[in-house]
Design a protein around this ligand. Structure first.
Ligand code: HPA
Length: 267
């Protein structure tokens, strides 16, 4: 299935993307900065899932960003939509087959760290996978990687340093911390958030961890960012809403785009 999808895409594009960018909720706009775009809708790709999450489109945008050949995923797949972990990581493996060496991911997340504020950007240094599952469960596909995949440097240290350097040069405040991944779709309870804080998590969300595990497995370099779209449950005395998540994404997405575009330039 993965190979068929990659072959279809190869028949539509005439270059190899070296960087893959996965865009999170409300952060889709970066794809508009891609020059000479070639758009491939997920629905046209054999065996490819089609996303339904709010704020998500469902297409690949191939082209040039900051002088580099890239592919952007406008719309990713979430466990809470009912997709299998295999379907969720399929695009990552397709990107690998297309030649992608470096994967950049973004997500909207709740802020657990009490020093964070809504609108903050955090480069992810590590994650805690509390989804209760792992996309590599099942027969190992040796064509992609080995059975027991090392996660010690899943978030590539040199890319984290590069992002920090680029942020500083461009007067962008960049936090760094640990992302905790859950299945959703309910948001967390205040008690869960207090527990996650003691576990060492700084942000929480419903994506990213499966994709990063798949990318580590097939030895891609990974750089990932959380945009704090809301403080996590119980931090402030208010309810969490999806509108807030999308609104902050739209408001603060610009800075994240700049950070990614400038980082890509330096890769
Ligand atoms: N929790 C989980 N996922 C999220 C949140 C949150 O508070 N905000 C954006 N995505």
């Amino acid at each position: 299935m993965v190979f068929k999808a990659a072959d279809y895409i190869k028949s539509k594009i005439d270059f190899e993307p070296e960087i893959g960018i996965v865009l999170g909720s409300g952060l889709n706009d970066l794809a508009q900065k891609v020059e000479n775009p070639v758009i491939i809708d997920y629905k046209d790709i054999p065996s490819f899932p089609v996303s339904t999450a709010p704020g998500h489109k469902g297409r690949f945008v191939f082209g040039t960003l900051s002088g580099k050949k890239v592919v952007c995923m406008q719309g990713r797949f979430h466990f809470y939509e009912g997709w299998s972990t295999e379907q969720i990581i399929m695009p990552i493996r397709v990107m690998k087959l297309l030649g992608v060496k470096t994967l950049i991911l973004t997500n909207a997340a709740g802020g657990i760290n009490l020093e964070y504020n809504v609108g903050d950007i955090m480069v992810i240094t590590d994650h805690i996978n509390l989804t209760g599952t792992n996309p590599l469960i099942g027969k190992n596909d040796e064509r992609f990687g080995e059975r027991f995949c090392d996660m010690s440097y899943a978030y590539t240290p040199s890319l984290i340093s590069l992002a920090q350097e680029v942020a500083e040069e461009n007067d962008i405040t960049l936090k760094n911390g640990v992302y905790l991944g859950l299945s959703g779709p309910s948001y967390e309870t205040p008690a869960e958030i207090r527990a996650f804080r003691t576990l060492g998590a700084d942000t929480v969300g419903m994506s990213t961890v499966f994709e990063v595990i798949a990318a580590s497995h097939c030895k891609m370099n990974v750089l990932a960012f959380s945009l704090v779209t809301n403080m996590a449950a119980g931090v402030l005395d208010k309810k969490l809403t999806e509108e807030e998540v999308l609104e902050i994404g739209a408001l603060k997405g610009e800075q994240m785009q700049k950070l990614i575009a400038k980082t890509v330039e330096r890769l």
